[in-house]
Design a protein around this ligand. Structure first.
Ligand code: DX5
Ligand code: ZN
Length: 229
């Protein structure tokens, strides 16, 4: 997928029924999803525990779609190899969670995966200045990570715009992703600001027809993308 040629909704399976993940993934794949967002939480970096390596391996068997694995865990460097082997296509680590970010990003790439860095709402974009040339993706958290179904924090839109400006000024290549509280009302503004991957949990899987909900968000996103300067 070329860096900024399209905008994609990445359904987050955190909001799906964990006893029927295969079906959930197939439903959104059938509806046209281009990637699946997988939230890994360790109960330390964030106050919640979700899923880990074995579930990523099972999902990899259940779908052809690239798995966009968001590690909300401390010391993610210890698990890069395992998630890569399990079938992650994209691996994103938090700037706040790894002491040697440059090395960790290098490890992800050595495993043949695309490497992403995420920042929490209280972390400024400026903390990423030295890593931006080396990443394939920057994830702007638009909620404090740990739970689905929270309200979108508007400061994320400004951070997305700042990243887009840096990307164009220095001709970097990273994709901009936004995660948390993405719904019909927030899709247009994040796309216009500069996001290309929009993570959506509640607004897809908590809807009566997740496939239709995904298509509607995708339509709004593509419309805003066409208007983007
Ligand atoms: C939050 C996770 C998100 C979450 C988003 O900590 O990183 O990916 O699934 O959920 P919604 O779309 O419900 O805000
Ligand atoms: Zn996430």
């Amino acid at each position: 997928m070329a860096a900024h040629s399209s905008v994609e909704i990445a359904p987050s399976i955190l909001a799906a029924d964990f006893s029927a993940l295969g079906e959930a993934v197939r439903a959104v794949e059938h509806a046209g999803a281009k990637l699946i967002h997988v939230d890994v939480m360790d109960g330390h970096f964030v106050p919640n525990i979700s899923i880990g390596v074995p579930v990523v391996a099972s999902l990899h068997k259940a779908t052809q779609l690239p798995l966009d694995v968001h590690l909300m865990i401390e010391r993610p460097e210890q698990y890069i190899g395992a998630f890569a082997k399990a079938g992650a296509a994209w691996i994103t680590v938090h700037q706040e969670a790894t002491a040697h970010l440059n090395r960790t990003i290098g490890q992800i790439r050595e495993q043949g995966c695309r490497a992403g860095v995420a920042i929490n709402p209280a972390t400024p974009v400026s903390t990423l200045a030295e890593i931006l040339p080396d990443v394939d993706l920057v994830l702007v958290m638009s909620v404090n990570p740990g739970f689905g179904g929270q309200h979108f924090l508007p400061s994320a839109t400004r951070k997305i715009a700042e990243l887009r400006e840096l990307r164009s000024r220095y001709t970097y290549n990273f994709v901009i992703e936004v995660d948390g509280g993405v719904a019909r009302e927030t899709v247009p503004q994040v796309v216009r600001a500069g996001a290309e991957f929009l993570v959506a949990g509640t607004s897809v899987f908590h809807q009566q027809d997740p496939g239709k909900a995904l298509q509607e968000l995708q339509r709004l996103a593509s419309e805003a993308f066409l208007q983007r300067a």
